[in-house]
Write a protein that binds this ligand. Structure first.
Ligand code: TRP
Length: 378
């Protein structure tokens, strides 16, 4: 039986937020604890982060520890998952270099995520400086290829990621097929694993904008304090047409309800009430459908729903916050986890690199290769 292997990761450009959590982190922990996978690799993609942060390695360096703390406080367990730093596995760069020959510039230009990101970052097509734009760094443009190296190096069968990563996995699959067709069966074609709930696919920001993102300043971080969480929920975007409590409200496009869709569990209705004018009042609903129906009919105020949402979010985030505080007291331990993980990852990637070189017949100094060469000259 072939092994079931997970690889996934994040760029360390900031602390992780609840969009990361529902989009991928929560799933990873479940998969880790399911015992159904033979190996799990979780990568802090610092080299990828540098492709558009070349001038700010300090930001990337600082955030490696923050992301590791976020990972471990969410329940990723170094005894079960290999947590490692991308740049410490130099085999990945070698693989990328060979894969670059199997991908065209035109194909990369069609990658929708890269396209969107180039636009978002304001990189222009021209790079001669004439229009004051810096141009697109080559490393950034090619990062889908490096991501194919990340995935294939660990022979990953399963890549749990958010929807925006779909084009990367598709491109990886193409590279695998091309490699195997050209050099013989060597690499494993991975499957993407997307969130199973639409609200989790792409969690909007607290301001209702399509994406939660640090640059938009609309994030709820896993490491936010209870007070900060309360304030952010209080200020959240709801339904701009819902002015009076008695007005009928809209649920679609209402961020508060999207978050409830992503976080609310049946047990929350028994456990949590709401707070109204400083007093605890019951939030007398048995399911989210009931809450939505009342909101749509009119007669349910935003503050009531927000207070309930705060309890729901805090129920998930409080234990994470607490574990983070514990881990923060022992950073040398966290660092050691990453160091050991990077060693384990490196050994795994080295095996694949050897397979790749053998398939490409550039393994000149392996045993038997010279003998083959001599025989073929006759
Ligand atoms: N591109 C991913 C992100 O921005 C991070 C990443 C790098 C990744 N290499 C990967 C994710 C390999 C999954 C598999 O979050």
């Amino acid at each position: 039986m072939s092994q079931k292997i997970i690889l996934t990761g994040d760029r360390p450009t900031g602390r992780l937020h609840i969009g990361h959590y529902v989009g991928s982190l929560r799933r990873r922990v479940e998969l880790q604890d399911s015992g159904k996978f033979d190996k799990i690799f979780i990568m802090i993609a610092d080299a990828q982060a540098l492709t558009d942060n070349a001038d700010n390695p300090e930001k990337v360096r600082q955030n490696i520890v923050e992301v590791a703390l976020d990972y471990m406080s969410c329940g990723l367990d170094p005894a079960k998952s290999v947590l490692f730093i991308q740049s410490q596995v130099s085999e990945l760069t070698e693989l990328s270099f060979f894969y670059q020959n199997l991908v065209t510039v035109q194909r990369l230009q069609r990658n929708p995520t890269v396209k969107a990101e180039i636009q978002m970052r304001g990189f222009s097509e021209s790079s001669d400086g004439s229009d004051n734009k810096a141009g697109t760094p080559v490393g950034f443009f090619c990062y889908p290829i490096s991501q194919a190296a990340d995935i294939t190096a660990f022979k990953a069968t399963t890549v749990p990621v958010g929807e925006d990563q779909e084009p990367m996995i598709e491109q990886t699959r193409e590279i695998v097929r091309k490699f195997n067709a050209t050099y013989g069966p060597t690499l494993v074609e991975p499957e993407i694993m997307l969130p199973d709930n639409a609200a989790c696919m792409r969690l909007p920001g607290t301001d209702g904008k399509a994406k939660m993102s640090k640059s938009l300043g609309n994030c709820i971080y896993l490491s936010d304090s209870e007070e900060t969480l309360r304030e952010k929920v209080r200020g959240m975007y709801t339904d701009p047409l819902h002015l009076q409590v008695s007005d009928p409200g809209h649920v679609e496009g209402n961020t508060v309800f999207t978050y409830l869709d992503a976080f609310c569990k049946p047990e929350h209705f028994e456990r949590f009430g709401s707070v109204f004018h400083g007093k605890k009042v019951s939030f007398d609903f048995k399911s989210l459908d009931e809450v939505k129906a009342r909101y749509q009919a009119g007669g349910l105020g935003d503050m009531m729903v927000k207070n309930f949402l705060f309890e729901v979010l805090n129920d998930t985030l409080a234990p994470i916050r607490q574990r983070r505080a514990e881990l923060e007291k022992d950073l040398p331990y966290v660092y050691e986890v990453l160091r050991k993980g990077s060693e384990v990852a490196r050994a795994a990637a080295a095996e694949t690199l050897a397979d790749v070189k053998r398939a490409m017949r550039i393994n000149y100094f392996d045993p038997g290769v010279l003998e083959d060469l001599i025989a073929s000259r006759k």
